[in-house]
Design a protein around this ligand. Structure first.
Ligand SMILES: [Zn+2]
Length: 224
């Protein structure tokens, strides 16, 4: 079973990706994780990407494609890709690779939340600058308001989590994803999950669908 995962900021896409990967024994391929690990490892490609990020530029499609596709060469089936493809050029690169190797995507899953929910979930986040603990004013508040449970440091709000920035990231996501979602709809693999509920409830919307796909896959194998 091969899965693509999409979702706006605050959708819980990465949390659910990790649950899916564990339950169905898939390889987790996250564009963000791969980019961070290349930068940390200080590879030539990592250094190049760091320069783009420091300038506030997007990493070029060709670089992202190379990274993701080299992971796919190592794991030809049973993967979940989180946060890729994000541009039409990335879709073309991925689809060419999959077509050449006879690999199918069974489902392109989007966990969708409205803009107000995205803003509420993200702008309520507070972090501890000292130990890195993450809180949420509503869903996971510290025991004492404004103070880290572990080290007592005053909590802060990340610049990226300011309402206007989250709103902009959300709009950009919707705009960028439009042609990509259209493409996967045409392929008949796009499924939109309503992510506006707590984690357990959203998971209960995802699980039956994937269990069904998995069961169908095993029955094909059994009959051939
Ligand atoms: Zn702390």
């Amino acid at each position: 079973m091969n899965i693509l995962m999409f979702g706006p900021p605050g959708s819980g896409k990465s949390t659910h990706s990790r649950t899916i990967v564990e339950r169905y024994g898939l390889v987790y391929i996250s564009s963000g994780d791969i980019i961070r690990s290349e930068i940390e490892a200080g590879t030539a490609l990592g250094k190049e990407m760091q320069r783009y990020l420091e300038r506030g530029d997007l990493i070029p499609d060709t670089v992202v494609n190379t990274l993701i596709i080299s992971r796919l060469r190592r794991n030809r089936n049973n993967f979940l890709i989180d946060g890729y493809p994000r541009t039409p050029a990335q879709v073309i690169a991925l689809e060419n690779y999959l077509y050449d190797h006879g690999i199918n995507i069974e489902v392109a899953l989007e966990i969708f939340i409205p803009k107000e929910v995205s803003i509420k979930r993200i702008s309520g986040r507070r972090i501890c600058p000292k130990c890195g603990a993450v809180y949420h004013l509503e869903y996971n508040p510290p025991k004492e308001p404004g103070k880290c449970d572990y080290c007592g440091s005053p909590l802060v709000k990340r610049e990226d989590d300011e309402e206007e920035i989250v709103a902009r990231r959300y709009d950009l996501y919707i705009k960028n994803m439009e042609p990509i979602i259209k493409f996967y709809k045409k392929q008949g693999v796009y499924v939109r999950i309503n992510g506006n509920a707590d984690i357990e409830n959203v998971w209960e919307r995802i699980r039956p669908l994937l269990d069904y796909i998995k069961a169908k896959e095993s029955s094909y194998r059994g009959s051939s």
